[in-house]
Ligand binder design. Structure first.
Ligand SMILES: [Zn+2]
Ligand SMILES: [Zn+2]
Length: 397
């Protein structure tokens, strides 16, 4: 029976696991309850299972009969600090935590794939590593799992690695999307503090007001984006937090803001790291003030290997039909710590539409929204794609 049909047969159980994880979301690197649910789902399968020491990861290795290559499949498991407002029957029971990015689906689909592939163990010509990862949302859990040896779990390095991500909008349910080259942006954090000298708001000439200087830097960052970067190698800078002062008649000592910087090439990323601190420092100096500007590298660009992206696109077309897959014209400005895996292993990251049928993908709430809904109907196809990518990359099917 095709894996797609087998996945459809166990879709109810995959949804059950997904709902259990969804109702009890955990944030960050320590997800003990989610880890227990994954371990229970894998229990009894012919897997070598190990858990992380610095984070609650689960690594499961399935050794087939042959001594062929190693393929890694990754699903992330963490939730976000969002209070769920969907009203779903399996909605989060934990205020301030929600699976608003759909990682509950990834975890359940990967567990489903582990089950399907375990049943084919005798035919498998190689080895599969299942990487259940905490801490994708800002904690670089993938980097930590790599440090703890996930890429060495099978004894030989993986020849290919694949990750899936559901989206609550943009793609209709069951539609896959990937592309060769940059798939998601690098995401870095800019922290700027302008140091002035406080005083009476009525006598600014006797103080050194950091507020207009910080505002000038915020605006100059947007000019930097358009004047210093190739329009075909774009960057995004968004100031998401700006704080200064306490009341209207006091000039504060300092003003601080935080920004995110997104880029799609190592060159643009390096230029951001050099130009942003210089711009902030020089504008502050022009007004006789100083600025501390930190550029902190967070997640690198998620780069799909061209051959692996083409392979994934081919598998999608063969298994689901060509109309179920698209080659995305542009990368996504979001970021992913699967980038740390793809820096070391050629592979592909694939998006999967999970927009409920009663919503328009163009206007549906985005991932991370308190009202984002991911439809269970995507679960079987996501499970089947994980399993098909592994068996076909190992040379079967
Ligand atoms: Zn997310
Ligand atoms: Zn995510």
């Amino acid at each position: 029976m095709p894996l797609r049909n087998e996945a459809a047969d166990i879709a109810g159980e995959i949804a059950e696991l997904r709902h259990a994880i969804h109702a009890e979301p955990e944030i960050g690197l320590d997800l003990p309850k989610t880890q227990q649910k994954v371990l229970a789902a894998l229990d009894g399968l012919p897997l070598e299972v190990s858990t992380g020491s610095g984070l609650s990861s689960v690594t499961a290795v399935l050794r087939g009969a042959g001594s062929g290559p190693v393929v890694l499949l990754r699903g992330d498991m963490d939730a976000l600090p969002v209070t769920e407002e969907t009203g779903l029957p399996y909605a989060s029971r934990i205020p301030g935590a929600m699976h608003a990015c759909g990682h509950d689906l990834h975890t359940a689909m990967l567990a489903g794939a582990a089950r399907l592939l375990s049943a084919r163990r005798a035919e498998l010509p190689g080895t599969v590593i299942f990487m259940f990862q905490p801490g994708e949302e800002g904690y670089a859990g993938a980097r930590q799992m790599i440090a703890e040896g996930v890429l060495a779990a099978a004894g030989a390095p993986p020849a290919a690695a694949y990750g899936l991500h559901v989206t609550s909008n943009r793609l209709r349910c069951g539609m896959f999307s990937t592309r060769p080259g940059p798939m998601l942006a690098a995401a870095d954090q800019i922290t700027v503090t302008v140091h002035g000298r406080g005083g009476h708001a009525s006598q600014p000439h006797r103080a050194a007001d950091p507020v207009p200087v910080a505002c000038e830097i915020v605006l100059a960052l947007q000019t930097l984006v358009t004047r210093k970067f190739d329009v075909f190698d774009p960057v995004v800078i968004t100031v998401g937090s700006f704080h200064a002062g306490t009341t209207d008649n006091v000039i504060p000592d300092r003003a601080t803001f935080l920004a995110t910087a997104r880029s799609f090439s190592p060159e643009a990323r390096k230029a951001l790291g050099e130009l942003v601190p210089r711009l902030a420092g020089d504008i502050a100096a022009a007004h006789g003030l100083t600025a501390d500007a930190q550029y902190a590298a967070e997640y690198p660009v998620t780069v799909n290997d061209a051959a692996e992206a083409a392979f994934a696109t081919g598998v999608i077309a063969e298994v689901f039909g060509p109309e179920q897959g698209e080659t995305a014209q542009f990368p996504i400005t979001g970021a992913e710590d699967f980038s740390f895996v793809l820096e070391r292993v050629p592979g592909a990251f694939v998006m999967l539409g999970a927009c409920p049928p009663d919503r328009d993908p163009e206007t549906a709430p985005t991932n991370h929204s308190a009202v984002a809904v991911f439809d269970d109907a995507a679960l079987a196809d996501g499970t089947a794609l994980y399993a098909e990518l592994a068996v076909r990359r190992l040379g079967l099917g």
